[in-house]
Ligand binder design. Structure first.
Ligand SMILES: O=C(O)C(=O)C[C@]1(C(=O)O)C=C[C@@H](O)C=C1
Length: 263
């Protein structure tokens, strides 16, 4: 599947004007679709491709692109690169939006000889008021600047980081959030006798966990696996459970108050 929109007349100094053609691979997905819509709204000529990624169409569409954005899950990255990278111009900027950065950047640098930039939009299908995107340089500093400027032009706030810093942070923010929620609820599962005892604070937690565990569990499990720091994060968390097991729960509660400290 591919569709193109013509850019309107008139150019300015925005980054999107320096990127005249772009292709989103995975345009049928939620994030891919969001990027196609924003790029087109920013009047950049945008093609969308999705499965099946067949060679004749890739050969027709990709060689003319200034920027190729991979909106594909981390586990599919290598397979997609094997198919797409040979059709990209060597000077095209290759960008991904995976929620982990060490592994996708390594693969993009391996399969594409030109500019590479990793990004992670820190939001889902609803970007909210001030959507932020982490940007990780891969190869070519100018390309990193161009991609950051394009993202800002699309209405996102960007900030620079490294793949390692990013993945350590996401192991804590996404990985542990998923694993600790899943472990807690799994530990209680199967005991129907608990139903009569549910309290408002527990119900709030259950509701907060619903989407993550009923719709997005496979996504978070994949991210846990693709993040090299996931197991470190779990081990660190386990040491905090040990504090509770030793009876010092007030120490934990006091430390947790850090999140609501006044600045
Ligand atoms: O919008 C949601 O429900 C999400 O789960 C989005 C969410 C998250 O909040 O962890 C999931 C994956 C992306 O890496 C960024 C954001």
């Amino acid at each position: 599947m591919t569709s193109l929109t013509a850019p309107p007349a008139g150019t300015g100094s925005r980054a999107v004007d320096r990127i005249s053609r772009c292709c989103v691979i995975g345009s049928g997905g939620r994030m891919g679709g969001l990027f196609v819509a924003r790029l087109r709204k920013a009047v950049i000529e945008t093609a969308g491709l999705d499965q099946p990624l067949e060679a004749p169409l890739l050969a027709e569409v990709l060689p003319s692109q200034d920027l190729v954005l991979l909106a594909v899950p981390a586990p599919a990255m290598e397979e997609v690169l094997v198919k797409c990278a040979p059709h990209c111009r060597p000077d095209a900027i290759l960008v991904d939006i995976c929620s982990v950065k060490v592994q996708p950047l390594r693969l993009m640098l391996q399969y594409h000889p030109g500019p590479v930039v990793g990004t992670h939009p820190l939001f889902g299908q609803d970007p909210g008021e001030a959507p932020r995107v982490a940007v990780v340089p891969g190869r070519d500093d100018q390309a990193t600047q161009t991609v950051s400027s394009v993202l800002e032009d699309l209405g996102f706030q960007t900030f620079p980081t490294t793949a390692e810093t990013h993945d350590r942070a996401m192991a804590a923010i996404q990985g542990l959030n998923f694993v600790t929620t899943a472990a807690y609820l799994a530990a209680l599962a199967g005991d129907d006798g608990l139903r009569d005892f549910l309290t408002p604070s527990f119900e709030r937690r259950l509701e907060a966990a619903r989407k993550m565990l009923t719709e997005d569990a496979a996504l978070f499990a994949d991210l846990f696996e693709a993040n090299p720091y996931s197991q470190d994060a779990v081990r660190q968390f386990r040491s905090h459970l040990n504090i509770a097991a030793g009876g010092d729960v007030d120490v934990l509660a006091q430390r947790a108050g850090w999140w609501w400290r006044s600045s």
